[in-house]
Design a protein around this ligand. Structure first.
Ligand code: NDP
Length: 460
């Protein structure tokens, strides 16, 4: 008889947990996944997927204007928030159902309820009155939105609640300058909401290349998002339907909805990790080594709960490496270096490799290739949107170490650029690729002259 009820107990049915459970079950392990909410996690239920549908929905307003410039007669347009939400939620439900079906097809069990560790091999699911034993345990509980504890904060929502707004507000204040703030600023502005983004720093998207940040902020303002920099909220007050957000400089922003997109924290509390000897980092993340092993020998952790790179594809790759290591006798580690990323702002951002500032760290000389221009589609109807493409090249080795873009389809383009960057190609090898014409991306392979050091800093 087996020593444990299961070979693997997975806490959390998000992208990482589900992938690990499926792969381990397909490898012959007896697997169970516990999930307190709907199967699918942040990405499917309250993140990437429903958010991207909102980005698509909001982009139509600009498309209608463009279409008129191309000779289309467009009658009166009206956006039906409820109809959109219903369609989006049906698709989310379908995807969640697919995840459930895929787990079942792989032979994994699902326990609907919150699980907590009772010891290194025992897991309780109190809502079901169950205690289960497992040889290995995987913590894949993700993260949750965090907001500062300032007076009146309960009047504000976080990103989880954006998907349940009963109606579109007339005005919205969004606090934060990261992915979520910038993406939802574009969404709500596109849907006709008078949108103000408040960010405490000097420019949005800290950590991204400075030219990209500046270009995006300019484009967002051109699309009528009000960007307030160098301020943070100190209190919120509600008066009828209006929420007044007082900022550090004394300015007051009024809106019907205030969204705090001030970061996410690992969801590691209340899991009984201390009972199993699993150590947490000071940030509250589960501490892991390169193989996603925690301080307890049989317990692993992947995804946002480990706070490495908090992106769905990273959690999925960590899941693959975990199953290889723990069940297939092929110790594997996911390489967190040069992970591409995208911000579904409007316009989009795509980025892979080093920013100019990172590449220059320690005084390393770099060559910068940069181009900002109006993409062809806009020229016909007087669209003012400008795209920006940038390559960062290490001068000594001539390797292309960074590739960044703001503009249409930037995430799709950067996905492909991630391949040569990961391979470590030189600028000369990069340039051997012939252009595809007429495209926006062709500019990446026709940039021949580096920006002179004397003019760096000013966007061309
Ligand atoms: P981010 O960490 O990206 O941004 C948080 C923002 O909140 C920063 O601008 C930060 O400012 C600001 N902030 C933090 N604390 C305060 C405070 N007390 N007062 C005012 N502002 C504050 O978090 P997000 O919530 O936007 O997203 C979480 C993560 O989810 C992302 O980092 C990313 O990993 C993932 N994600 C990925 C997406 C994608 O792939 N497209 C989309 C959405 C999320 P400062 O910069 O000064 O620290």
């Amino acid at each position: 008889m087996a020593a444990y009820d299961y070979d693997l107990f997975v806490l959390g049915a998000g992208s990482g947990g589900v992938r690990a459970a499926r792969l381990a079950a397909q490898a012959g392990a007896r697997v169970v996944v516990a999930e307190a909410d709907r199967v699918g996690g942040t990405c499917v239920i309250r993140g990437c997927i429903p958010k991207k549908f909102m980005v698509y929905a909001s982009a139509f307003a600009a498309d209608f204007d463009a279409a008129r410039g191309y000779g289309w007669e467009i009658g009166e347009t009206r956006f039906d928030w409820q109809a959109f939400c219903d369609a989006r939620d049906r698709e989310v439900a379908r995807l969640s159902g697919l995840y459930v079906a895929n787990l079942g097809n792989a032979g994994a069990d699902i326990l609907h309820g919150r699980a907590e560790l009772l010891s290194a091999h025992e897991i309780g699911v109190p809502s079901k009155g169950l205690t289960v034993t497992a040889d290995k345990i995987l913590i894949a509980t993700g993260g949750a939105p965090w907001r500062p504890d300032i007076p009146g904060i309960d009047h504000a929502i976080v990103s989880d609640q954006v998907f349940h707004l009963p109606r579109l507000p007339r005005r919205m204040t969004i606090v934060g300058g990261g992915y979520i703030a910038v993406e939802f600023a574009g969404v709500f502005n596109g849907l006709g909401v008078d949108t103000t983004l408040v960010y405490r720093g000097a420019n949005i998207l800290r950590g991204f290349d400075d030219d990209i940040r500046a270009h995006l902020a300019e484009e967002m303002e051109r699309r009528c998002v009000k960007v307030v920099l160098g301020e943070e909220p100190v209190s919120l007050e509600k008066d009828g339907d209006t929420i007044r957000t007082t900022l550090s400089g004394g300015r007051v922003e009024e809106a019907e909805v205030v969204l705090f997109a001030t970061g996410r924290r690992p969801a590691a509390a209340g899991l009984g990790l201390e009972r199993a000897g699993v150590r947490l980092a000071p940030s509250g993340a589960v501490e892991v080594d390169a193989y996603s092993r925690t301080s307890a020998a049989n317990i692993f952790a992947i995804g946002d709960v480990t706070d490495r790179i908090n992106l769905t594809p990273v959690a999925i790759r960590e899941a693959h490496a975990f199953v290889d290591t723990a069940f297939l006798d092929k110790p594997a580690r996911f390489d967190h270096d040069t992970v591409p990323c995208a911000v579904f702002s409007q316009p989009n951002v795509g980025s892979v490799g080093l920013s100019e500032a990172e590449a220059r760290h320690g005084g390393r000389p770099v060559d910068i290739y940069r181009s900002a221009f109006r993409p062809m589609k806009g020229t016909l109807y007087g669209g003012a949107e400008r795209a920006m493409l940038k390559l960062v090249v290490d001068r000594a080795s001539q390797k292309v170490v960074g590739c960044h873009m703001v503009g249409p389809d930037a995430p799709e383009i950067i996905q492909m650029a991630a391949i040569p960057i990961k391979m470590g190609v030189t600028k000369a090898q990069w340039d051997e690729a012939c252009a595809v014409h007429p495209t926006t991306a062709e500019e990446f392979v026709t940039l021949r002259v580096p920006v002179p050091d004397t003019v760096l800093g000013a966007i061309g």
